[in-house]
Design a protein around this ligand. Structure first.
Ligand code: PMP
Length: 433
């Protein structure tokens, strides 16, 4: 029986745990995807500028991804992971070739949350220490530990009992770096690093396993660090024997114009976590570390479905397609076009307070006052609704829900960006009146 959007909402309300929310007053029901486009149950076509939060980097139902996956499903879907199969080891080898520095050894799981849990455990095993540091406004998952390390209130469902967790100031220049005393990005950056040092010295026992960070904070509102932040952070952590875990769950696989976003900052983490875009819609996650760190984890352990033949077939197809379709280059070119266009709009639309990001991970923070930085959250909701009515899906995030999030599939064209900007221009005029 055809449910339609109302029917889906009614069943969600009856049968799901009621923590689900929607972006739209009238959410469409999607029934088909085709590269950068989605189609709803009425046949209406949408340009997708959110890609399921940076998942569908290679596009929806892309034959280059789904054909090898369908072949794999028909041949062999799953065996107990103590039996031998080839896809997982081949994907691990390919990941070692594209990750920076000495990152080489992979542990496969099924989601970003699990990847982070595993990375945190790995850091504890290697260092013998148990405390952690995370950044304000970061998001790392939904389990007790990863939620405890999430520094954004709206994603912390309960007061979390985990001890030994500390937060440091995140490098959010637009909101926190504009005061008299540190007008330059560099001075602000130094202040953020000094805060990490203060946390280490004053709040911890000194036995800290790792600091976990997103290279660009996604849910925080595409908060993009100042250029030198990560180099200074890595040096500080090394001085104190603390591992750096970089959470690339939302930023990995070409999103930022590099394979991994941390590469934009010239830093190699000790452990990297990945998920989302690695499977282009198939569930997969992983943490990747060095020979030396991995050597600390020898007791038997494996995820039942982590690294299964089907998800790893998707992962290999993603790595091949990113390269063959030159999607990193496209993310750089289209991202530059998008940011330049948004900065033009910023001159004419007072609502746009800040435009930031790297590659095709772009945020526009909307404010009703550029002096007071008053969050324009209701305006963001109106824009989302009006853009959706025009057949364009755009995301929102940020502590105050006032950041437009533009994270399209990396396959978008120059014309798509022009179309997006034209519509956003018109919608911003409508909303301002
Ligand atoms: N880390 C980051 C940076 C994320 O954006 C997310 C999901 N939004 C997660 C971890 C959790 O990933 P998952 O939902 O796959 O568990």
């Amino acid at each position: 029986m055809y449910l339609g959007p109302e029917g889906v909402i009614a069943k969600k309300e009856e049968y799901f745990v009621p923590c689900i929310n929607h972006f739209y007053q009238n959410p469409p029901e999607f029934v088909k995807g085709e590269m950068q486009y989605l189609y709803d149950s009425t046949g209406k076509k949408y340009l997708d500028f959110y890609a399921g939060v940076s998942v569908m980097n290679c596009g929806h139902s892309n034959p280059a991804i789904i054909n090898p996956v369908m072949n794999q499903i028909q041949n062999l879907q799953h065996v107990c992971n103590i039996y031998l199969t080839e896809n997982g080891v081949n994907l691990a080898e390919q990941l070692a070739a594209v990750t920076p520095g000495q990152l080489k050894r992979t542990f496969f799981v099924n989601s970003g949350t699990e990847a982070n849990e595993g990375a945190l455990l790995m850091a504890q095993l290697y260092t013998g220490a148990h405390e952690f540091i995370a950044l304000d406004l970061g998001l790392h998952g939904r389990t007790q530990l990863t939620m405890s390390l999430t520094g954004i209130g709206m994603w912390r469902t309960t007061d979390t009992p985990n001890g030994g967790i500390h937060f440091a100031k995140n490098p959010y220049f637009y909101r926190d770096g504009r005061h008299e005393e540190h007008q330059s990005q560099e001075a602000f950056e130094d202040e953020c690093i000094a805060d990490v040092e203060r946390v280490i010295r004053r709040r911890t026992s000194g036995k800290i396993a790792a600091m976990i960070v997103e290279p660009i904070q996604g849910n925080a509102g595409i908060v993009t660090p100042t250029p030198g932040y990560f180099k200074k952070l890595k040096a500080l952590l090394e001085k104190h024997g603390i591992l750096l875990i970089v959470d690339e769950v939302q930023t990995g696989f070409g999103r930022s114009g590099k394979m991994f976003a941390i590469e934009n900052f010239g830093v190699v983490p000790d452990i990297m976590t990945v998920a989302k875009a690695l499977g282009n819609g198939f569930p997969i996650g992983a943490y990747i570390t060095t020979d030396e760190i991995a050597a600390a984890f020898t007791r038997p352990s494996a995820s039942t479905l982590g690294g299964n033949p089907v998800s790893t077939a998707a992962g290999m197809a993603v790595l091949t397609y990113l390269q063959e379709a030159k999607l990193l280059e496209n993310a750089q070119a289209r991202g530059a076009q998008l940011q330049a266009g948004l900065k033009e709009l910023q001159k004419r639309h007072a609502l746009i307070g800040d435009v930031r990001g790297l590659g095709l991970m772009v945020g526009a923070e909307l404010v009703t006052s550029r002096e007071a930085l008053t969050p324009a959250a209701t305006e963001v909701d109106e824009i989302l609704e009006k853009m959706k009515d025009r057949g364009i899906l755009v995301g929102k995030n940020g502590e105050n829900r006032n950041v437009l999030a533009m994270q399209p599939p990396l396959v978008i064209t120059e014309e798509d960006v022009v179309f997006f900007l034209q519509n956003l221009d018109e919608v911003l005029s409508e909303v301002a009146n």
